[in-house]
Design a protein around this ligand. Structure first.
Ligand SMILES: Cc1ncc(COP(=O)(O)O)c(C=O)c1O
Length: 391
């Protein structure tokens, strides 16, 4: 099968499939176009679907043991040149549960955990819900609307605030930014110098657009041996509903500590369909993934073009990675509630920026462009009306 434009152009009807994106009626009325939560409106790779169906034919869906993870080890070597052993992997239901296990393992109540805002919402809740103290170092925008890391502020905080843990998002959601080798090296050096545990969420690492190249924290020589990387097939192969993710670390003691924490709330078991889906995805679907990235790259350009021509006062943050666009729409609307209401009425749904940070997200929306191009453009036409036609 060819995974070309024609393949990804085909719209798939996801209504009434218990989909958060499509079926959350309070956010979007019937007939609406969802450009919000980060999953894709494309079918999973055929090899994944076949593997799940094949397993489903066996009529016992009882307790599971995780497999050895060799398929993921091989995938990460093949796609990102990362050297790992199966023993470096720990299975979690989700990345967010793994972040929470890291927060609980490496910072005590009241101790400081550092993040770079704006960032994916559960980074905040993982810290605050567990009564750890959040230290927020905002990313700084340059004249091209690209976000940069304030290394001086990080070092100051490491020096003065007794930070225990630094949770980094790389590639960064929502600002669509790849961290360069040099930036990762600087982060690693600071964590080493001030003895801060480092967790890097790399869930978006497969979505990278030319000429950019992804570097994993696991390939940074200066990164402490006990650095934890989080990875999952859920974004890459659109299998978030199968709930399986991995904490990856080369230091056995660190992994054991996270495992002990997760064990306390029984958050380690594998999902029977997740297991076979992951194995198929990591072993058999490189051509599907290559086709997907090429398609998304095209959507990325179509979105930029639409904004430039139809909403010229909006500013698009350069999209180096992820399938999420971070757009400043404050020239059109600053009232978040009013915009939400008009989007609802016009039949489109986007994420309000403030869920990624009260300050840094003000005046922004996040647009998910992982859907057939026609659907994206229809959603954007509706968004334009919601932003510009205020009766
Ligand atoms: C940076 C980041 N981490 C984690 C997740 C969620 O992963 P999971 O569903 O495995 O918790 C997302 C989803 O959008 C994300 O953007």
């Amino acid at each position: 099968m060819e995974f070309d434009c024609t393949y990804f152009d085909k719209a798939i009807d996801r209504r009434n499939t218990d989909s958060v994106k499509w079926d959350a009626r309070e956010l979007m009325k019937e007939g609406g176009i969802p450009l919000w939560i980060a999953d894709m409106d494309f079918p999973c790779p055929p090899a994944v679907v076949e593997a799940v169906i094949e397993r489903a034919k066996h009529p016992v869906y009882a307790y599971t043991i995780p497999d050895d993870g060799q398929a993921l080890v091989d995938f990460l070597k093949r796609r990102h040149d990362i050297d790992l052993e199966p023993a470096n992997l720990l299975v979690f239901p989700t990345i967010v549960s793994a972040i929470k296990a890291c927060v609980l393992s490496f910072a005590n109540e009241g101790e400081n955990v550092l993040i770079l805002s704006p960032v994916y919402g559960p980074f905040y809740s993982s810290i605050l819900d567990n009564k750890r103290n959040l230290v927020d170092i905002p990313l700084i925008k340059d004249e091209n609307h690209r976000y940069n890391i304030d290394f001086d502020a990080i070092e100051n905080s490491f020096k003065n605030d007794n930070v225990k843990l630094f949770v980094v998002c790389s590639p960064h959601n929502p600002v669509s930014r790849l961290l360069s080798q040099d930036e990762l090296r600087q982060i690693a050096i600071l964590c080493n110098k001030y003895n801060v545990k480092l967790v890097v969420d790399e869930i978006h690492c497969d979505f990278v657009y030319p000429p950019h190249k992804f570097t994993s924290i696991l390939n940074i020589a200066e990164a402490p041996e006990d650095t934890i990387c989080l990875y999952s097939a859920s974004k890459t192969f659109n299998v978030a509903g199968l709930r399986q993710a991995y904490a990856i670390c080369r230091d056995a003691d660190t992994l054991e500590k996270i495992e002990d924490t997760a064990d306390k709330v029984d958050a380690l078991s594998a999902n029977i369909f997740g297991l076979v889906a992951n194995k198929a995805a990591f072993s058999l679907c490189d051509d599907w993934l290559d086709g997907l990235i090429a398609y998304l790259d095209n959507n990325r350009k179509a979105l930029a073009e639409f904004l430039q021509n139809e909403l010229p006062l909006a500013t698009l943050t350069p999209i180096e990675s992820t399938y999420l666009a971070w757009v400043n729409i404050s020239a059109y609307e600053t009232d978040n509630e009013a915009l939400k209401q008009r989007c609802y009425e016009k039949g489109v749904c986007v994420n309000p920026g403030i869920i990624f940070g009260e300050e840094g997200g003000k005046g922004y929306i996040r647009i998910n462009f992982a859907c057939p191009k026609e659907q994206l453009l229809e959603g954007m036409r509706r968004l334009k009306i919601a932003l510009t036609e205020k009766e």
